[in-house]
Design a protein around this ligand. Structure first.
Ligand SMILES: Cc1cc2nc3c(=O)[nH]c(=O)nc-3n(C[C@H](O)[C@H](O)[C@H](O)COP(=O)(O)OP(=O)(O)OC[C@H]3O[C@@H](n4cnc5c(N)ncnc54)[C@H](O)[C@@H]3O)c2cc1C
Length: 366
């Protein structure tokens, strides 16, 4: 069986590694820092696009496929590792304003009733906003740090190797195939290589990135703690969301800024998130901020990731560019990548996830 070297141990690298190990491949994952400390750690863990009606078919299809296998996937992982990532199908309440025509059509095609049950749960929300709100009951959430810890343990349990503080600096080629990669801990070689380096993917690929357009888009988040969940489900209003964890933690996200590879938090972002969130949930004003952080999303045009073999280098693959929804898309993307590697049938037409090499278009981030 082939030996694989994966570059990047975020959710995409770890999920891909587990999938390959399950199939009997030998896997080493190289990580420039510690496992799962970048975008995958920073994310909110909502397992859905924010306003699902705003996205194109390639995003909808991958999200639909990934979420259809998510609960079984997490269940198996948590049984095997004894780490519970707290998959919680809590639903998501979307408050106006939103594109009502698109939303209405989407609700009909997904059999979502606009009438909200248990309005009393939402006593803090202005009743007029509630009249126009949409509740999507099947939306789940997960706790990213726990999911990453479980994946790390599963990789090791299945015989995979993870090398931390091992930064890949160069791909070494001969006759259109990679023969080794240079890292801060020496050279590594394998039969096949997979780029799972999120926002850094283009940097690693250098000229072999072709027209791949993956850039870092910074997102900042706030964390508060209540005695019990202050709201019964995820609450979304335009770009602002509140995610209640079962133990009373409340995440508030998120900003979108094109500031390069910069994870500096700012007072302006704090003020913006806090002001909007406390308008929806005034109780926040009685709580202390626990943490404020920033992460770098691997942004790509139309939020469509690139998954599969490099067009020119036959032993190089990529699974990257999941932008706002990498946590959601992870199990589905790993499955698609594995099918591509093994020449197995795909669950649907995956040609869109190859188009990124040829410059799909502009990145929208505001
Ligand atoms: C604020 C915020 C909120 C989000 N909320 C959600 C959400 O609610 N739901 C959702 O589905 N998604 C969400 N996301 C998006 C999601 O987190 C990302 O799409 C996902 O984490 C991408 O995973 P990744 O593994 O590709 O990237 P990363 O987690 O960034 O992993 C890439 C890894 O590659 C490593 N690496 C980079 N360069 C090298 C190198 N040269 N050598 C070795 N290793 C290298 C990095 O250190 C890193 O560990 C959010 C993101 C942010 C920032």
């Amino acid at each position: 069986m082939s030996q694989f070297l994966l570059i990047g141990a975020g959710i995409i690298g770890l999920t891909s590694a587990v999938r390959l190990l399950k199939e009997g491949f030998s896997v080493t994952v190289l990580e420039k820092g510690e496992v799962g400390q970048e975008s995958s750690w920073a994310g909110g863990g909502i397992l859905s696009p924010l306003a699902p009606w705003d996205y194109s078919e390639p995003v909808t299809q991958l999200v639909g496929y990934s979420t259809s296998i998510y609960s079984k996937w997490v269940n198996e992982l948590s049984l095997s590792t004894e780490i519970d990532p707290e998959f919680n199908e809590c639903g998501m309440l979307v408050l106006p304003p939103y594109d009502s025509v698109k939303a209405h059509q989407w609700c009909i095609s997904h059999n979502i009733k606009k009438e909200i049950n248990h309005k009393s749960f939402w006593s803090t929300i202005h009743q007029s906003a509630l009249e126009e709100a949409i509740f999507i009951p099947h939306v789940a959430q997960i706790r990213n740090p726990r999911l990453l810890a479980a994946l790390q343990r599963e990789v090791i349990k299945r015989g995979g190797v993870i090398k931390e503080f091992c930064e890949v600096s160069k791909l070494n080629l001969k006759n259109k195939s990679i023969v080794s990669i240079s890292t801060t801990s020496g050279n590594y070689s394998a039969d096949d290589y997979i780029i799972t380096a999120g926002a850094w993917s283009r940097k690693i690929l250098g000229k072999y990135a072709l027209n791949l357009n993956i850039i870092p888009i910074q997102g900042q988040m706030l964390l508060y703690k209540f005695d019990a969940p202050p709201i019964p489900s995820i609450l979304l209003q335009k770009e602002l969301y509140l995610i209640p964890r079962l133990d009373g933690h409340l995440l508030i996200g998120s900003t979108m800024e094109n500031v390069g590879f910069n994870k500096q938090i700012t007072q302006a972002a704090y003020d913006k998130l806090y002001k909007k969130a406390s308008r929806l949930l005034p109780e926040i004003e009685t709580k202390h901020l626990i943490k404020h952080w920033a992460g770098l999303r691997p942004a790509s045009p139309f939020n469509i990731p690139t998954i599969g073999r490099h067009p020119d280098l036959h032993n190089l693959f990529i699974n990257s560019g999941h932008f706002r929804y990498g946590v959601t898309m992870a199990p589905g993307s790993a499955e698609i990548l594995l099918n591509e590697i093994m020449g197995k049938p795909q669950p649907f037409d995956i040609s869109f996830y190859q188009k990124g090499w040829n410059q799909l278009g502009k990145i929208e981030f505001s």
